[in-house]
Design a protein around this ligand. Structure first.
Ligand SMILES: Cc1cc2nc3c(=O)[nH]c(=O)nc-3n(C[C@H](O)[C@H](O)[C@H](O)COP(=O)(O)O)c2cc1C
Ligand SMILES: Nc1ncnc2c1ncn2[C@@H]1O[C@H](COP(=O)(O)OP(=O)(O)OP(=O)(O)O)[C@@H](O)[C@H]1O
Ligand SMILES: [Mg+2]
Length: 507
């Protein structure tokens, strides 16, 4: 069987292990369910193409194991024995559609075409056929994989069946290693910069593979297997839009950037992790420095929370703040010590488990050699399916980003400066709000708080977009008033109005 042979002949040990484990899952499924009780959900995407060939190999090995003759198993007349379903939609890429049909014809796959939505289609299928388990090409990192195992019952609200995910733990790189090692055909769109394919309304080539040919003013794309950071395979998926005629322009890069909760107001919060800060034995310098940095580029910092070095405390605070803020930064509690609980806490806040991360393992073994490898490498365990590593030449190790939570690992202000510079450069963080930085005006006065209170509250009513704040160094000393906003003219007008009110006495 050519797939099994290609993997056996390969010297890619990692691929061999992934293959072996996936074959094991397929064989378990074929032992648990009869051939009439299983189905394969095939859509011509790269992951389901991998699965098609894994199922061909798995079925072959299953037959051999059962002592059945394998002669003629893959002859020209051979019909792939697993019922294969394809949900065909009007918004499918034509290239994907024709690949699905052509590949099925080449491998003796008889397609059941379903033209309903997933749920209704599955309901009708399960009512008419004895299907109990469906093979899917879902992988960790897919948004729908969160919480799934290799065998996962369908979710509540879905018709009852077992979802079987043989390649759940495969990385982007594993997928390409398999397709290229086995030299099987895949949909041509993957050679044109598409790295994960949804519908024509929500998918563009991945901007990270773009080669700008300025001579002819044209954009070209490298093939999908050249994407170096597999976490960004969905960077070509853009937000769901209402159907448009034709395809989206390749220029929209679809990279997740931060979007404000309210128009123009970007809010960040900070979680500092460390018993020492709470004991008062260490003075926290990172929090104030991070506040200054964020504020200087126009962010509103809504809160700094200091929590104990316990995963549950981190999880509780991150869970609360991630839904209130556009970005959450954590610092402290990152490393191999028992008190280094931040990453575990972040995973818990998102309801996912920690799983070994090959990219992170590579970085750490490069840095620490044998001291930090294999199962003992706790630091390479990252929140499963939601982690993006932010790499930069200024960083010794990449920063961890889980959706809108950024885990800083700085232990002092110099390190924070470096990490900040890297974040400012990073395309996937996009820290600079489009509304620009704040404009501030300060006024120092010897008026008492009582004299200032009324004019100031009038200003805050007259200029709702302007922040008004007061600060004094001592009870007896002068009072500094700050007016701040995004629009220079409005802030200047507010300051002029305030000065007038103060010089003309209280109204
Ligand atoms: C055969 C099959 C079974 C599915 N079972 C479930 C399920 O049990 N629970 C669920 O939430 N979604 C299920 N889905 C939907 C997928 O999780 C996902 O929403 C779908 O692939 C659409 O992905 P998209 O939103 O990226 O287009 C199933 C899809 C297919 C094709
Ligand atoms: N329209 C569909 N018809 C049948 N199965 C589908 C369909 N859409 C998704 N699936 C199933 O869900 C799995 C996951 O879909 P997903 O889009 O993540 O992967 P893919 O299409 O195989 O690859 P890619 O990530 O490159 O798009 C598929 O491998 C397939 O098993
Ligand atoms: Mg797809």
């Amino acid at each position: 069987m050519e797939i099994d042979k290609a993997i056996r002949d390969s010297d890619d040990r990692r691929l061999k292990t992934k293959y072996k484990n996936a074959i094991y899952i397929i064989q378990r499924a074929l032992a648990l369910y009869s051939i009439e009780e299983v189905a394969f959900s095939f859509n011509g995407g790269k992951d389901s193409t991998v699965l098609l060939h894994m199922l061909r190999a798995g079925y072959y090995l299953h037959q051999v194991e059962q002592g059945r003759s394998n002669e003629g198993l893959f002859d020209g007349e051979f019909t792939f024995p697993i019922r294969t379903i394809y949900f065909e939609t009007p918004s499918v890429f034509p290239e994907i559609n024709s690949f699905t049909y052509e590949t099925s014809a080449s491998y003796g796959v008889q397609l059941d075409i379903i033209r309903e939505d997933f749920k209704s289609g599955l309901e009708a299928l399960l009512n008419s056929k004895p299907i109990k388990a469906i093979f899917l090409g879902v992988r960790i990192g897919d948004p729908t994989a969160v919480g799934q195992e290799q065998f996962s019952p369908s979710s509540p609200g879905w018709p009852p069946f077992m979802r079987v995910n043989p390649i759940l733990d495969w990385s982007y790189r594993d997928v390409w290693a398999f397709l290229l090692t086995c030299r099987v055909q895949y949909c041509g769109l993957y050679d044109q910069g598409y790295t994960s394919i949804g519908s024509i309304n929500d998918t563009v080539p991945n901007a990270l593979l773009c080669i700008n040919d300025s001579a002819v003013g044209k954009q070209n794309f490298k093939p999908a297997y050249m994407l170096s950071d597999g976490r960004l395979e969905r960077a070509g998926r853009v937000r769901k839009l209402s159907p448009v005629s034709g395809r989206l322009p390749a220029a929209s890069n679809g990279l997740k950037s931060v979007e404000p909760h309210q128009e123009n107001v970007f809010t960040a919060s900070i979680v500092a992790v460390g018993d020492e800060i709470l004991f008062g034995t260490v003075a926290d310098q990172l929090g104030p420095s991070l506040c200054r940095k964020l504020h200087s580029i126009g962010w509103v910092i809504s809160q700094i929370a200091i929590v104990r070095s316990e995963a549950d405390s981190v999880a509780e605070e991150v869970e609360r703040l991630k839904s209130m803020s556009d970005l959450v930064f954590t610092y402290g509690g990152v490393g191999p010590l028992h008190s280094d609980v931040t990453v575990r806490g972040v995973a818990k806040a998102f309801g996912v488990r920690l799983a070994p991360d090959e990219e992170s393992e590579e970085y750490l073994s490069h840095l620490f050699g044998d001291k930090c490898t294999g199962d003992r490498n706790e630091m390479a365990q990252l929140p499963e399916g939601i982690t993006e590593l932010l790499q930069h030449e200024k960083l010794r190790v990449p920063l961890i980003k889980c959706h809108n939570v950024i885990v800083l690992n700085a232990t002092n202000v110099d390190e924070l400066d470096q990490q900040w510079d890297a974040l400012m450069d990073s395309r996937s963080t996009n820290l600079l709000p489009s509304s620009g930085p704040f404009v501030s005006k300060h006024l120092t006065t010897s008026f008492s708080d009582l004299e200032v209170a009324q004019p100031l509250s009038k200003i805050s009513i007259e200029f709702p977009d302007v922040y008004t704040g007061c600060y004094r160094k001592s009870r007896a000393g002068p009072l500094t008033i700050t007016l701040e906003g995004k629009d220079r003219k409005t802030v200047e007008a507010a300051m002029e109005a305030l000065s007038k009110k103060l010089s003309s006495g209280v109204e």
